[in-house]
Design a protein around this ligand. Structure first.
Ligand code: AMP
Length: 582
């Protein structure tokens, strides 16, 4: 244990950070403390100081609720409930409360950070009510000011203005590095403890990947038009990939060992055993980045079906049969001892294709676009196949973990808009108090001639428009319902939306998701609004059954090059390397 590697020291450093409000001063104090630690304690302290019992990459949680913590503190303190409540009211913070409540009641032994870490592990692995005993044993040994820090870490409520960002700033100050460098290392490691140790040791290489240490995913920035995509990317040619509607997944494999991680870097190996079982077959040490999709009988299934597979530690054979999954790979970040982060996407893709992966692994469909028109056409084709959008990537870009930059863009547009009529207007809340700002709207059911509601929108209009609408709705009120009015159906709106779902909430049996008002259609008579049939048609086409991106089509993506029959007939562009990868 280094000089400062005890609970008392860490608690005092945290308390000193807590009493100053200037961020730079907080970082300076913390930096001074970090410098006193050896590698092991630094790793621990960086995690604890960011307010966590375990670093996210350890994929552990304590599973200890407030009630257990407070019961244990109560029992050690020997104080009566009124006194304890009075102390709590004074602080409104469970750590500060514990610190004061335990005053004079503990043994005040020196406890090292390593012992604290061990105690946390014992608490984590104990089941249910058994977690209380190791917690009590720990707290009984600590001085109250150390117990105060321990409880803050355990409850996840640090509240002293500490965050991973501040720990990064402190590491930069402690080891004389630019903060940007520290952040970069952190993005790669995804682990503040590991980051701290690398900063201390001067291991500043930011282009290496360590297998089985999940790395943060590269993200995309949204754009709305093909022109904007080209302008923002500033590239002559771009690559496109389908935007698959599944869950992001990172697969690490080396010599038979396989681990999968989700977007928030949690391990998800147990949820997708078919991927874990199949990965070793390719015989290479790899790190794949891709999207898990559910597919059955050669069809990619809706996200709704994939949901049955998510968050599981184990999957029954029955579920595997019902909702099998595939991994559509779109990036290769590591291959047989070589980190590929700094290689351009086109090289990573080439290496990926050379692996010749087989089902349940597939490669994302890549096309090349050299103009906004090209991109628009590919976008339309993608929609045709039932995908919500397109990823646009710069083929020359490196992989930048954790970054939402301009090298990857996502092009999404509302699928369609609907012209609807308002049937009810509700009073708004907050800054919309006193105006009718939430509008329930309907389409026409041509079979019965009736209007049927399909959603409620409350965004898209300016304050001035809302004020005008409020007067208008007051004038055409049918009934005052308290929450608002039902109104004569005569105000026609054009609404955009993200998707359509079945819903019992509305008479139409459907609900538009995230509807927003595009414009007030003063020019359109109610007789001409959209119909329930149109809603059904859009639902069937885009959200109802399966996507048209069937397995055979996706499977063709595995062919390294050569035109696919289905797309050749449409006369699409050449693929990025001369061949068409569709
Ligand atoms: P969003 O969730 O709208 O921010 O979109 C980003 C997500 O799209 C990523 O995290 C991936 O899960 C997903 N995605 C689907 N297809 C791709 C692709 N071809 N490349 C990168 N990300 C993709």
């Amino acid at each position: 244990m280094g000089e400062g590697g005890g609970m008392l020291e860490v608690a005092r450093a945290a308390a000193a950070v807590g009493v100053t409000s200037a961020t730079s001063e907080k970082a300076r104090i913390l930096a001074g403390y970090f410098r006193t630690l050896d590698d092991d304690d630094l790793r621990r302290a960086a995690v604890f100081m960011s307010g966590r019992a375990f670093s996210p990459s350890q994929r552990r949680t304590l599973g200890l609720g407030w009630s257990t913590v407070s019961k244990v503190v109560e029992s050690i303190s020997g104080r009566d409930p009124d006194e304890l409540s009075a102390i709590f009211r004074k602080h409104s913070d469970i750590g500060d409360w514990a610190g004061e409540a335990l005053e004079g009641q503990t043994k005040a032994e020196p406890v090292s950070l390593a012992e604290f870490e061990e105690a946390l592990e014992t608490i984590r692995t104990a089941r249910g009510a058994r977690k209380a005993a190791p917690l009590e044993a720990l707290l009984r040994r600590l001085r109250p000011e150390a117990a105060r820090f321990a409880v803050k870490v355990i409850s996840g409520e640090m509240r002293i203005g500490l965050s991973e960002g501040l720990v990064e700033a402190a590491l930069a100050a402690a080891f004389d590095l630019p903060v940007t460098k520290v952040k970069k290392i952190h993005l790669i490691t995804g682990d503040i403890g590991e980051t701290a140790v690398r900063c201390k040791r001067g291991e500043l290489e930011t282009s290496t990947v360590t297998l089985f240490q999940p790395i943060r995913f590269m993200l995309a920035s949204p754009v709305e038009t093909a022109g904007e995509a080209f302008a923002r990317m500033g590239a002559e040619k771009v690559w496109t990939e389908e935007k698959y509607d599944g869950v992001r997944c990172q697969l690490h494999h080396d010599n038979g060992r396989v681990e999968l991680f989700s977007r928030d870097l949690k391990e998800t190996t147990g949820a997708f055993p078919e991927l874990a079982e199949a990965a070793p077959r390719h015989g290479h040490a790899v790190l794949f980045d891709g999207e898990v999709l559910a597919h059955r009988d050669g069809k990619v299934l809706r996200f709704f079906e994939l949901q049955h597979r998510l968050g599981r530690k184990r999957v029954t054979d029955e579920l595997r049969r019902e909702v099998p999954v595939v991994l559509v790979i779109f990036d290769l970040l590591y291959l047989d001892g070589r980190s590929l982060l700094d290689e351009p996407l086109e090289t990573r893709r080439r290496l990926l294709e050379e692996l010749g992966v087989e089902s349940p692994f597939l490669l994302a469909r890549v096309e090349e676009a050299t103009s906004p028109d090209d991109l628009d056409r590919i976008f339309a084709d993608t929609r045709e196949r039932g995908h919500e959008g397109l990823m646009v990537k710069d083929p020359l870009s490196p992989y930048t973990p954790g970054r939402r930059g301009l090298a990857w863009l996502k092009l999404k547009r509302p699928l369609a808009t609907l012209d609807v009529v308002v049937t009810a207007a509700e009073w708004g809340h907050g800054k919309r108090k006193g105006v009718l700002s939430d509008y329930t709207f309907a389409v026409k059911d041509t079979k019965t001639g009736k209007l049927v509601n399909v959603g409620k929108a409350y965004t898209g209009l300016t304050d001035a428009e809302i004020a005008e609408m409020t007067e208008r709705f007051k004038a055409i009120t049918l009934e005052d319902r308290g929450w608002g009015y039902t109104v004569k159906p005569e105000v026609v709106l054009e609404v955009a939306f993200d998707s359509i779902q079945h819903s019992n909430r509305h008479a139409s049996g459907f609900a538009l998701r995230f509807p927003r008002i595009v414009r007030i259609r003063g020019d359109k008579p109610v007789e001409e609004i959209d119909t329930l049939e149109r809603v059904e048609e859009l639902y069937e086409r885009y959200f109802g059954g399966e996507t048209e991106a069937d397995l055979t089509e996706v499977a063709e993506l595995n062919a390294p090059s050569g035109p696919s029959p289905s797309r050749a007939s449409r006369g699409g562009p050449r693929g990025p390397r001369g061949g068409r990868r569709s």
